[in-house]
Design a protein around this ligand. Sequence first.
Ligand code: FMN
Length: 306
Amino acid sequence: MNVYEAVTSRRAVRGFTDRDVPREMLERVLSAAAWSPSGSNLQPWNTYVVTGAPLAELKKRAGKRLAARDAWDEREYEMYPAELKSPYRERRSAFGHERYSSLGIEREDWEARQRAASANWDCFGAPAALFCYIDRNLGAAQWVDVGMYLQTVMLLLRAEGLHSCPQMAWSVYRKTVAEVLSPPEEHILFCGMSIGYEDVKERYIRTGRAPLNETVTFVDGELQPHATRHARDLARGGLRSPGHEPTHPVCLAARDRQRTPCRYLSVGDIEPAYTSCGVRHSCHGGPRNEGQSSLHRNLQRVAKGP
Ligand SMILES: Cc1cc2nc3c(=O)[nH]c(=O)nc-3n(C[C@H](O)[C@H](O)[C@H](O)COP(=O)(O)O)c2cc1C
């Protein structure tokens, strides 16, 4: 498996079989992941790998709290700002739609959404999990280091034929996790991660991604005098903002490119592909994925023109 394959086949898997994950595999993955970069080589990750009886115990304790509708532990870090601004608000809502429509759950069905979310604390059936802690006096840059490390872990798991799901959800039951792991007082639980073999019966819709021109700006000599206009276009929501006509040449070109019909827009494309409109997206069809990703549908809409 090459790096592109590892990156594009990794996704948050939320259904695992009970097939055991060999300890040697996990050691191999975590030894290689230790080569992740970090500022001044601080290596600020502190990882606990949990399997067997301790994991069963943790799931049992978390399940009890869930059943008792126990209050969540007070936060040690904010998962998201209280007010999510655009475009993050729209992306979160698109994710919620993708996630719950794949399970046949209506947006208003709060109970069903809660039931689906509760699988987090059973590690979605996975037989292995890791929990990653960071020292509480380290700063934002070290949290980023931990993120890079965790992504490295997830890619290496793919190379071993394994899947994963990173889970901040565990931080709301951090005291229960601490009962089982006894981490040092000065450590904050950032997230858990379920690890195992995918249960291919589990339905999912591949999450979409924002078009490249929404998150990436190529700056070359020619464009620099216009950088401010471009930034303003992006701040107004770029091409997605209804009624906003872009002014910057890059934005105008991107808009025109998007109006070009895209030759990959057919249901059932399996492999991620660069579309002729310049956007990398991945569309999965076939029996495990009824429907298309919202990105796919958006692209179709864009391709049809205004
Ligand atoms: C730091 C982090 C925490 C996450 N926490 C959860 C979680 O608690 N539960 C969950 O089901 N997914 C969680 N996810 C998975 C994201 O929802 C998922 O990565 C995102 O929607 C993109 O989908 P994909 O990973 O399948 O491409 C988390 C992802 C990250 C990076």
